[in-house]
Design a protein around this ligand. Structure first.
Ligand SMILES: [Zn+2]
Ligand SMILES: [Zn+2]
Length: 336
């Protein structure tokens, strides 16, 4: 055997082992992580190992498609009765999913709220890497049009990549994904674990942009998606155990934009703030919405701006003025 084929042989062995199913709660994936995420990943895995009932794990809690921050872009996974449901696929969602220790074999469905990159950019990579890691071929995807087209185009673009891998590891290639487009408020799907419904939210110029509600047997979880403060979200979240709502802390956004202007960036302060108010929800209003919806727990996520140095209290206190239930300031890999 030549040196080349020996190294090829061992490369294959390593890759086959890596392609094998991750063990739930295994320490191996965590050891490979940078120290900052190790603690959060270990904590999440410890909670999930003994978890009873449905859990929500915040995979990424930052608003906007900005790389290199300490928080990842928006993504969540809900784990219920051995099935995992991902909501939104911002950059980093596949790594973050793996860090929870939830096997890709459990991934049943993926939901997209709207077609902004901080919510959909890793949808395709999650499918392919998920497939390599054992994701079932009957995984389903739900989201606004043109999700079918996006899925087909992505599969076409990566067909050769998938075929090479399938041939190498004798896997059934991922050819297509069952996509259901959602463009109206109402029921989306019901399976043995959960009933999912959607509402239309206000996030111009993105149409439609969706909020979702998941009614599991033991727990109900509503997501605002990206939106201005909206009556439809109050209705969607009515009586829910959890409401995960996007939030914007206006004074910090203003500081950030002034800083950009001072650096000579081509940003007009008034225009930028008008855009932010036309698309997103100040945290005070999020408190009002949670109170009116009568939810038990409000989870603040999709933090804008997602800057270090804004304390949990700074995020919490404007909402606390109006909402009398529990408030959780979202952090990556937090289990709620
Ligand atoms: Zn967003
Ligand atoms: Zn958006």
């Amino acid at each position: 055997m030549s040196i080349k084929s020996t190294s090829e042989f061992s490369r294959r062995n390593v890759l086959v082992q890596m392609a094998a199913a991750p063990v739930f709660g295994a320490a191996t994936p965590v050891l490979a992580q940078a120290p900052a995420c190790t603690a959060a990943a270990q904590a999440a895995q410890a909670v999930l190992k003994d978890a009873k009932g449905t859990k929500l794990i915040l995979l990424g809690t930052a608003g906007g498609p900005v790389p290199g921050r300490t928080r990842e872009m928006t993504s969540h996974v809900m784990l219920s009765n051995g099935a995992a449901y991902v909501l939104d696929c911002g950059l980093g969602c596949t790594d973050q999913y793996a860090r929870t220790g939830i096997p890709f074999q459990m991934l049943r469905s993926i939901f997209i709220t709207h077609h902004h990159p901080d919510h959909n950019i890793e949808y395709g990579p999650l499918l392919i890497v998920g497939w390599v890691q054992g994701m079932p071929l009957d995984v389903r995807a739900f989201g606004p049009p043109p999700l079918k087209q996006i899925t087909e185009d992505f599969m076409r673009a990566y067909k050769q990549t998938i075929d090479f891998w399938a041939e190498d590891f004798k896997m059934t290639p991922l050819i297509s994904v069952d996509v259901q487009e959602v463009s109206a408020a109402g029921p989306v799907i019901q399976d043995d674990n959960v009933k999912v419904s959607a509402t239309i939210v206000n996030h111009p110029p993105v149409k439609p942009a969706l909020g979702y509600r998941f009614d599991f047997k033991d727990r109900s979880i509503a997501f605002s998606g990206d939106t201005t403060p909206l009556e439809a979200v109050v209705k969607l979240a009515e009586g829910a155990d959890l409401l995960v709502h996007e939030v914007m802390y206006v004074p910090a956004v203003e500081d950030y934009v002034r800083g950009q202007v001072a650096k000579g960036r081509p940003v007009n302060f008034e225009n930028f703030m008008a855009h932010m108010r036309a698309d997103h929800s100040p945290v005070e209003d999020v408190g009002r919405i949670a109170q009116r919806a009568g939810v038990k727990t409000l989870v603040l996520s999709h933090l804008t701006p997602a800057l270090e140095g804004i304390s949990d209290d700074t995020w919490r206190s404007p909402a606390e003025k109006y909402f009398k239930g529990e408030i959780v300031v979202g952090k990556d890999l937090m289990v709620v």
